[in-house]
Design a protein around this ligand. Structure first.
Ligand SMILES: C[C@H](Nc1nc(-c2c[nH]c3ncc(Cl)cc23)ncc1F)C(=O)NCC(F)(F)F
Length: 296
């Protein structure tokens, strides 16, 4: 349809730069400039790179998933761009100039205080509550997949691994796990490829750890776990070692200067049994409470 705002014509999408590589494709900064006078808006365009892991079908699912989300704390879907005679397609999203939380905390760490981090945490929590209300599990919740819209707003992004939980079950079982972000995974995800809202809660605990570590590369989850496991451990046996230390109740240490109440919340998210873990709505309330206590 002529006035279909969600259809972007390839000839008007002007490539500007590569933003980064995600699970199944790369995301580019483009200007959609139908008038050709540089007045068009900037957009983030995710191009599918079909490889052994991802197919056009997977990509279409990611597009359809994002297109139904309407939440202030989830990156906005703008539409699609078909190219090469509908053989390939790209996902068009809003462009957030501050980039991902990792880069933001690294560069603006000095004006991000505890209150601001708790605000970001509560927004991620609200975004996850919204996902849960639609029976979606994100499966890749990590600081690298959180976008910063402004100094006071963050949004969840990268729904490449997102799955909908079947109506008759409380979890989603993955058949062939690809490149798995195992250091953000709950024990049941590592051991049985089971994913649920409660495994997303585990990952949220790891995001809290990243937040309160200012996403400092020297204390990122992978490095801290590998220190405990032993750097000489390689390849597939890493997940066995990781599952073992989690079973013996070893957890990521409290980040430096982390408020005790926040570390308590992380530990709750890391309950070995998924039933011990809090739900996102209770986490949201706990965060609001800590925000009130925090003079900040
Ligand atoms: C693969 C892509 N990687 C990157 N994206 C951006 C980015 C800036 N601004 C953006 N605005 C909208 C989008 Cl979708 C991405 C960016 N910056 C650095 C990246 F490495 C990505 O999607 N990462 C997940 C998340 F979006 F959460 F950061």
């Amino acid at each position: 349809a002529q006035h279909d705002q969600t259809l972007f014509e390839e000839r008007h999408l002007r490539y500007i730069s590569l933003l980064g590589k995600g699970n199944f494709g790369s995301v580019e900064l483009c200007r959609y400039d139908p008038l050709g006078d540089h007045t068009g808006e900037l957009v983030a365009v995710k191009k599918l790179q079909p490889n052994k892991q991802s197919t056009l079908e997977d990509f279409k699912k990611e597009v359809n998933t994002l297109s139904v989300f309407h939440c202030d704390y989830i990156v906005k879907y703008r539409g699609v761009c078909y190219s090469a005679g509908r053989l390939s397609m790209s996902l068009v999203m809003e462009y957030l100039p501050y980039g991902s939380l990792i880069g933001y905390l690294d560069s603006y760490r000095h004006n991000v205080n505890t209150r601001r981090m708790l605000l970001f945490a509560s927004q991620i929590c609200k975004g996850m509550e919204y996902l849960q209300s639609l029976r979606y599990v994100h499966r890749d919740l990590a600081a690298r997949n959180i976008l910063v819209a402004s100094d006071t707003l963050v949004k969840i992004a990268d729904f490449g691994l997102t799955k909908i939980i079947p109506f008759d079950k409380e979890y989603y079982r993955v058949t062939q796990p690809g490149e798995s972000p195992i250091f953000w995974y709950a024990p049941e995800s590592i051991g049985e490829s089971k994913f649920s809202h409660k495994s997303d809660v585990w990952s949220f605990g790891v995001v809290l750890h990243e937040l309160f570590s200012y996403c400092d590369m020297n204390s990122n989850p992978k490095r801290l776990y590998m220190q405990e496991i032993g750097h000489n451990v390689q390849g597939p046996s890493i997940s066995v070692h990781l599952a073992n230390i989690l079973k013996t109740d070893w957890r990521l240490p409290a980040p430096p200067n982390c408020p005790p109440k926040v570390y308590v919340m992380m530990k709750e998210c890391w309950g070995y049994d998924f039933e011990e873990r809090p739900c996102f709505s209770s986490l949201g309330n706990q965060i609001e409470t800590v925000m009130q206590d925090e003079r900040g």
